[in-house]
Design a protein around this ligand. Sequence first.
Ligand code: NAD
Length: 503
Amino acid sequence: MEATIPKTIGHFVNGRSIPGSGGRYGNVYNPATGEVAGRVAFAGKDEVEQAVSAAAAAFPAWAATPPLRRARVLFRFKELLDRHGEEISALITAEHGKVLSDAAGSLTRGAEVVEFVCGIPHLLKGSYSENVGTGVDSYSFRQPLGVCVGITPFNFPAMVPMWMFPVAIACGNTFILKPSEKDPSCPMRLAELFAEAGLPPGVLNVVNGEKEAVDLLTSHPQVAAVSFVGSSVVGEQVYRKATSHGKRVQALGSAKNHAVVMPDADLGQAVDALMGAAYGSAGERCMAISVVVAVGDKVADALVERIVDRIGTLKVLPGQDPKAEMGPLVTGEHLERVKRYVDLGVSEGAKLVADGRGLTIPGHENGFFLGACLFDRVTPGMRIYREEIFGPVLSLVRVPDFEGALQLVNDHEYANGTAVFTRDGDTAREFARRVEVGMIGINVPIPVPVAFYSFGGWKRSMFGDYFVHGAEGVNFYTQMKTITSRWPTGIRTGADFVMPIMK
Ligand code: NAD
């Protein structure tokens, strides 16, 4: 299905689409052709104020709505996501460029978070202790925070927003999403569908824009919490600014994910895994494998030979083409940035054994395409090793043994995900235990936790204390209250001037 992209994309506030009023717009591209496909309004003070007022006004009634009734709206939203799956996937592909099957997969992973929070009545169950003192009972429960904000990156316009808003809203908060300005149509459609499912106006709002909108939202006195997913440079700024304004903040950042291939690994399986993990979605995934760590030269030589062979048959085509395995990059600007990294790797002395520069797709000569690239003999001092490239560029680093591999992974400033390929249980267990990274795969290249577990990285891949979705997501969007009660009130205990102890 071809997506129809609206010519001008505004905002979604108080249950309806509104045009931009600030007079500033950004281009939205068709990455497969390089053409401008539409424009998106950039919100200023007026639009942000409208959204915050709508969300603040909707909060008391939504917070007071019993969780079971909130869950019923979520069930209907999930049904609508299923019914409109093809249409939403087409929107993702049209603006992001990733292949349709990948877009559909990412939508499924987002929808799984909705399924998870359909169980919100259970997830919000508190605890109760009878008779903590004579005639005294104690209980705890969690309550929503208020107006929450989500700022999301371009690479998952459905899944990453759905890491946030379904959880926040299920918990009784209201929400303002500021999606990426590069592919805004999908998040707008998600908000329309949630409204169609029966979500009251103002509970979910979408404000499009860039830095100005983010600055206004993260410093707004009526905003209680901010979730951010994007690059670490911006994530750290957002974290510092929003926390300095007293917000609760979780900010997930950049990555450089290593896959360690041990000499005993099933190389066929490892190469299959590496092809998908390095080049799927043109490497524009925060859980993409961008470094393969080969333990021993024998493994390294075999991997290089097999990966180069596989790159030769990789189908790089517009994402809409059912044969496509890899689509274009998101924008011309990003394509140029990734190409500059490939040039840099060559000048730094890494060996470019597969060069995707210069690839053209007949009929799509202006599309933002780059073929798969593989560097051998990359060393830790090189910028192509240290920095996140976020494109179809895989670096191979050679190490002599397991300890060298572990040290390499642990020395990197980013620590989002990692994987080890081995047939040995001891090695796998040792790796999982000692590696300083948030999400680990054992013979699994992209270990994205399922919705009922929590997702997040360590070190400079994450700022804040709570991961997203799963139990940590519910905790992030709620605060605990603990009540100590004595009944009946008629009992006289007399005035007590010492620290109360339960008798
Ligand atoms: P980005 O940091 O450029 O943008 C993220 C969001 O911040 C967007 O909504 C953008 O409009 C906004 N933004 C950009 N510059 C800003 C500024 N100066 N001040 C305030 N807001 C600003 O990231 P991107 O290019 O959209 O996405 C790619 C990045 O996201 C990669 O680094 C990738 O690793 C990361 N990412 C991380 C995860 C994760 O879970 N850790 C998931 C997906 C993507």
